[in-house]
Design a protein around this ligand. Structure first.
Ligand SMILES: C[S@@+](CC[C@H](N)C(=O)[O-])C[C@H]1O[C@@H](n2cnc3c(N)ncnc32)[C@H](O)[C@@H]1O
Length: 274
């Protein structure tokens, strides 16, 4: 089992850690379920889904033998999938309980991954170490400028940073914060999306805005394959409604010039310049 390391945590990190320790305790049943490799088989099949599109991109990168880092790996889904693709995978998370689940799954699946307990804002890896770095649903939990500085430090010059995150343009956020949405629409939507389940939202998390994206891509080449997802899906309609999800994605493709105002998720990759 991974031992919890002693490192000084910020107040925000302490709250994230406490939340995810409890979350991991509620998810130990994952160890009894089969691990899903679906997304590696035909990733282009679900062209409307950002996660599948990320794997469409990753499988084309030919990761065999490449040194890949998974930022804030949680229960290790991406770490295991990338190891299966032949990458040399390093993965870290703030929460040792989540890492214990990830490590047990990797052992069970016969995969080698180097898991570490650390915070994204202060990485223990050496400079210029990774060919590819994946940040999926993690940057909205961290101090972005500090984490990005560290990610760029540990990436090789010309290395790839692949980002797949919840997002909302700051103008759209103003609509989201209106009384109508806050008091009327949002509670109804939460019931539809989550049913009786408690939403998985930590106290400090916030969707990335266009300003965060600017901070991430600063000094790097223009993002490759920048794509926007989830206009109404996951906001008003759950993503299990497949036909609706396809229409939603088609709408964002057709409305490309304003998709950055409408979308609720962004996926892109950049080449790290040093
Ligand atoms: C929404 S989960 C995403 C996990 C994984 N990336 C995935 O997509 O399944 C967010 C993860 O971020 C971790 N986390 C929160 N703050 C962190 C920090 N400052 N440094 C590293 N990990 C952090 C949490 O422990 C949790 O595992």
């Amino acid at each position: 089992m991974l031992q919890e390391k002693e490192f000084a945590l910020t107040e925000r990190q302490k709250r994230e850690l406490e939340y995810h320790r409890e979350y991991a305790r509620q998810h130990t049943a994952l160890l009894k379920k089969p691990f899903s490799w679906d997304v590696l088989e035909h990733p282009s099949d679900r062209w409307w889904n950002a996660y599948w599109q990320m794997y469409d991109h990753l499988t084309k990168l030919k990761l065999e033998g490449k040194r890949v880092l998974v930022v804030g790996c949680g229960f290790g889904d991406d770490a295991l999938r990338l190891a299966k693709l032949g990458a040399t995978v390093f993965a870290f998370d703030l929460c040792p309980d989540s890492l214990n689940i990830a490590k047990a799954l990797a052992i069970r699946e016969g995969l080698s991954v180097t898991f570490d307990n650390m915070a994204a804002e202060s990485l223990a890896y050496e400079d210029n170490f990774f060919d590819v770095i994946i940040a999926r649903d993690i940057l909205h939990h961290v101090d972005i400028p500090l984490a990005i500085r560290e990610i760029k430090r540990v990436a090789k010059p010309g290395g790839l940073l692949i980002v797949n995150e919840i997002y909302s343009h700051s103008i759209t956020n103003r609509i989201r914060q209106s009384a109508f949405v806050e008091r009327f629409l949002y509670p109804k939507m939460q019931r539809l999306i989550y049913g009786a389940d408690t939403p998985y939202i930590t106290q400090d998390e916030r969707k990335l805005t266009e300003l965060d994206i600017e901070e991430i891509v600063k000094n790097s080449n223009k993002p490759n394959s920048e794509k926007y997802y989830n206009f109404l899906v996951t906001r008003i309609v759950p993503d299990r409604f497949v036909a609706f999800s396809k229409v939603d994605r088609l709408l964002l493709i057709m409305l490309k010039p304003i998709a950055h105002f409408l979308a609720g998720r962004i996926f892109f990759s950049i080449q790290i310049a040093k």
